[in-house]
Ligand binder design. Structure first.
Ligand SMILES: [Zn+2]
Length: 61
């Protein structure tokens, strides 16, 4: 199962659309994975404007 990253919000998904923003704009060219458990208390989540827990790519091309 290949994961792709959403170009809009960087969420990782194995589906064909982003589960968050419903866009089909996904990329398999991404680097770095972060798992956000606590969006409120995470500096990474804040800098990436993530407000939901989940798995995200650091960089998406
Ligand atoms: Zn998205």
């Amino acid at each position: 199962m290949t994961e792709k990253a959403c170009r809009e919000c960087h969420v990782l998904t194995a589906g064909s659309v982003c589960p968050r923003c419903k866009t089909p704009s996904l990329s398999d060219d991404f680097s770095g994975r972060v798992i956000i458990f606590d969006p409120e208390g995470s500096a990474i989540a804040k800098s990436m404007k993530i407000d939901k827990k989940g798995r995200y790519a650091l960089r998406v091309r």
